[in-house]
Design a protein around this ligand. Structure first.
Ligand code: COA
Length: 166
């Protein structure tokens, strides 16, 4: 498997990956995936964060996109990287792809973003059954911070997790 930054020309492969696991989008938004979800994933970033501080990594097995990772550099502070999403193609889950995608992400951060000492992410309670054990297995710990999460009809909370990089 190889990792690389997803380019604008990969948008159809990203959309296909998102549509391959409609359950994730439904747990987070209350709706099935929409036609512009890949475009949004590639563009959306927190207000005030520079365009070059966001990268979406793709993990490829041959010419199949098997995972995407939405990554922010220096958010919410200079020494922290934020994982907005790590999603494995629905047809490739449960086979170690998520773990490999995370390891390649850590490697990317170590090689390209030397000031980043901590990786941080949020798990929404409606998706906790899928994500919490996965992240704990990758070495993340709950910080104890809990933030309200709301997306249209989905009212929940997001729990923050962090991992210190060695
Ligand atoms: C969560 C997700 C990334 C896991 O990817 P995956 O390729 O299926 O996971 P892997 O096969 O690499 O499993 C790695 C470890 O996590 C555990 N794990 C993965 N999914 C799990 C689940 N749904 N429930 C419990 N444990 C799970 C595995 O048992 C494995 O543990 P082990 O190290 O003890 O063997 C994938 O299910 C996914 O893309 N889900 C939808 C998007 C999502 O929820 N992303 C996380 C929020 S940002």
């Amino acid at each position: 498997m190889r990792v690389g930054e997803v380019a604008a020309g990969d948008v159809d492969a990203v959309q296909e990956l998102i549509e391959s696991d409609p359950g994730y989008t439904e747990r987070i938004t209350g709706y099935p995936p929409g036609a512009a979800d890949a475009q949004s994933l590639l563009m959306m970033r927190p207000e005030g964060l520079a365009e070059e501080a966001k990268v979406v990594l793709g993990v490829w097995d041959g010419d199949q996109l098997v995972a995407v990772v939405d990554l922010l550099r220096g958010y919410p502070n200079a020494h922290t990287g934020f994982i907005g999403l790590l999603e494995v193609h629905g047809g490739h889950q449960g086979k170690g792809v998520g773990r490999t995608a995370y390891e390649l992400t850590e490697q990317y951060v170590g090689e390209n973003w030397p000031e980043i000492r901590t990786l941080r992410l949020a798990v929404v309670d409606t998706n906790a059954g899928q994500a919490t054990r996965f992240w704990v297995r990758q070495g993340f710990e709950a910080t104890g911070e809990v933030k309200p999460y709301r997306y249209d009809k989905v009212e929940s909370v997001a729990r923050l997790y962090e991992k210190q990089l060695s």
